[in-house]
Design a binder for this molecule. Sequence first.
Ligand code: MLT
Length: 306
Amino acid sequence: MAKYRVHVNDPLDEEATEMLMSKKELEVTSGYLDKEKLLQVIPEIDVLIVRSATKVTADVIEAGKRLKIIARAGVGLDNVDVAKAREKGIKVLNTPGASAPSVAELTLALMLACVKGIVKASVSLKEGRWEKKGLTGRELLGKTLGLVGFGSIGQEVAKRALAFGMRVIAYDPAKPKTDLPVEYVDLDQLLRESDIVSLHVPLTEETRYIIDKEAISKMKDGVIIINTARGGVINEEALYEALVSGKVYAAGLDVFEVEPPNDELRRKLLSLDNVVATPHIGASTHEAQKRVGTEIVQKVFEELGI
Ligand code: MLT
């Protein structure tokens, strides 16, 4: 007889789902339940597996009388009330490195799209124009990239940026050990010296609005800002004003404070020509989803000792 009930509330990779199904110790259910329905079933669940859509709030955790593990297939834990889970002795698992190459590749794609004006060029050509004049871009070669956050994703970005001939500097209070030729600097120095600032920090009380009006004012004129981390780490109003004034040359954004973006964001930030935007697809590659899914399931097995 199955010992543990597992509910998978967000889509999970096929191979990972098969791994779960293959264990006789597990009774597995899957399918998205909204908050109200989740609250009804959670008292019977031992392991809850989620991605980013499900918000594992304090009341869900409180109602999880049998809950032993909250498994987040992905990096960010901002959709899980980790403090509440800890208080209840519930283990929270995630997969910090599994999607790093995919997020790093999107970061480089956004950087290149910004310096080369790729989206603008493509739209204008498809609309029947051949306007090379307004499309003189910039090179990455020789530019300084400032990485705010130097965990697994920041490091993957650095490797790729170094291959493009960039100088890479990083701000990360934890200063992870690295063999990469990357210099650690404080945040002010990073803001002053970077041609491109790219964010790779989780959203926490310390990092909320780490890029605000004051931080932007310290940056070089014509800086480029890339965000594939979390929306709340940039003050979007301050970024909008800086993009309009030309202080910021362009921004590549995969994440937003409200997802999907609200009308105000569509009308302002997303309407600008110098913004390249994608709908939070950093980890959305087949390879990353397979790694994320199989790694989180493996971690659940280890935790349950099965
Ligand atoms: C992550 O935190 O894993 C990525 O942002 C993708 C996601 O939210 O699923």
